[in-house]
Design a protein around this ligand. Structure first.
Ligand SMILES: *Cc1c(COP(=O)(O)O)cnc(C)c1O
Length: 425
């Protein structure tokens, strides 16, 4: 099967998956096992020395998870992928491969609140220093680059503001600086946007959101774009220098265009340990088979809800890149023309109080801290996901006190609107 000839919807179902060689099972089985028997002692030695690929132990790889990894790599157009226990674990492993204490990376402020916390606090404690810039003014990104910079980090469609980032303009800055551009593509999913086609080098997802899509399993994934030259100027010793824990093997020399994914697996995942459970991989694989159908409905519902909110008396403004008067409308047309996603924010005239009241009055909507579920979800970021941020950071992250965040589900849109209507009145 030459998978590159197939369209996106076909790949979402078939990429990476074959009838199970052991049993003929058509759906990918859940290989719920911690470990795998070696053929003989030579085979075991080859696996441990990375002279042969194969299953050893589920912390490192697992056949159910391998199908998930191949599928996401195919949908994103990458060379290889590595699944992890959560989106944040994927971020940890990416930076672990790139950073040494004292190094810097540039990130834009318009990010998922959890990423802002991870970068500001836990990463700082490792000596990995974030330098913040503004996604809406790419000159601030160029200005934030120094000779200590090892990467630039953005989201394609950003959480929570429903905004779209100018990936190719930022890629040009990364190329000039000689550092990889890392794109968190969680809110777009590859159905809406493929960052590697716009110059990204590494793509990340929280599989917990649209790829799994049903709000039932945590997961994350790292996709290797396969194009970055890790040896060029010695900035990335974990990739370009002999590795003492693999008898002096040089990852980039040995693994070429999949070296980044392999390094995250055999050094990051091996030593730090945030492996995804095979059952979660199975749940996410099942969800991904309907990714296109779900995203199409998510986006069309979201646009209708955004348009309806825009005309509602209680609503001050709606931040959704799919609306023609949005400052991000042109970027949405460029990077994700099939839709502007399902997550966006709106501001209530009644401020913080009105926000809290609306969240407590919904029935069909669930009040919770997730996005990308089949169900419609609502949250008040300022008092929850973004509550650890200072008032200034709240505004910079697009989480002002009067703002509510919606993740529009795939229910009947009339029912979604009716629920908001009764909550707002
Ligand atoms: C949820 C989310 C994450 C973190 O993923 P987890 O699976 O919750 O660890 C990162 N980025 C974005 C955009 C997210 O929505």
């Amino acid at each position: 099967m030459t998978e590159t000839q197939f369209g996106f919807d076909t790949l979402a179902i078939h990429a990476g998956a074959q009838p199970d060689p052991a049993t003929g099972a058509r759906a990918t089985p859940i290989y719920q096992t911690t470990s795998f028997v070696f053929d003989d002692t030579d085979h075991a030695a080859d696996l441990f020395a990375l002279r042969a690929f194969g299953n050893i132990y589920t912390r490192l790889m697992n056949p159910t998870t391998a199908v998930l990894e191949s599928k996401v790599a195919a949908l994103e157009g990458g060379t290889a992928a590595l699944a992890t226990a959560s989106g944040h674990a994927a971020q940890l492993l990416v930076f672990h491969a790139l950073m040494n204490p004292g190094d810097e990376f540039v990130a834009v402020r318009q990010l998922y609140g959890g990423s802002i916390n991870q970068f500001n606090h836990s990463f700082k404690s490792f000596g990995w220093n974030v330098v913040w810039a503004d996604a809406d003014d790419v000159s601030t990104i160029a200005a934030a680059v120094s000779d200590k910079t090892k990467a630039i980090f953005i989201e394609s469609v950003a959480n929570p503001g429903g905004r779209v980032t100018d990936i190719s303009a930022i890629s040009a800055i990364a190329k000039k600086a000689g550092v990889p551009l890392i794109v968190d593509n969680t809110l777009a999913s590859p159905w809406l946007c493929k960052p590697l086609e716009h110059g990204a080098d590494i793509v990340l997802h929280s599989l917990t959101k649209f790829l799994g899509g049903h709000g039932n399993s945590m997961g994350g994934i790292i996709v290797d774009g396969g194009n970055f030259d890790w040896a060029k100027d010695g900035k990335y010793p974990m990739l370009s220098e002999p590795n003492a824990s693999y008898n002096g093997m040089v990852m980039y020399e040995t693994f070429g265009n999949i070296a980044f994914a392999i390094t995250c697996r055999v050094l990051g995942l091996r030593d730090l340990g945030p492996a995804i459970s095979p059952t979660n991989s199975f749940n996410i694989l099942t969800g991904m088979e309907t990714l296109s159908l779900r995203m199409e409905r998510h986006c069309s519902n979201a646009l209708k809800v955004a348009e309806w909110l825009q005309n509602h008396d209680a609503v001050e403004y709606v931040n959704y890149a799919g609306l023609k008067d949005s400052p991000h409308y042109d970027l949405h047309q460029k990077y994700c023309p099939r839709g502007a996603g399902a997550v966006f924010t709106f501001g209530l005239k009644g401020g913080f109080e009105a926000g809290v009241k609306c969240v407590s009055s919904v029935n069909l909507f669930s009040h919770l801290a997730n996005v990308g579920d089949t169900r419609s979800l609502i949250i008040h970021p300022a008092s929850t996901t973004h509550s650890q941020l200072t008032p200034e950071q709240l505004v910079q992250a697009g989480a002002n006190p009067e703002i509510l965040r919606l993740s529009i589900g795939i229910e009947d849109v009339a029912d979604i609107i009716a629920d908001l209507d009764q909550a707002l009145s």
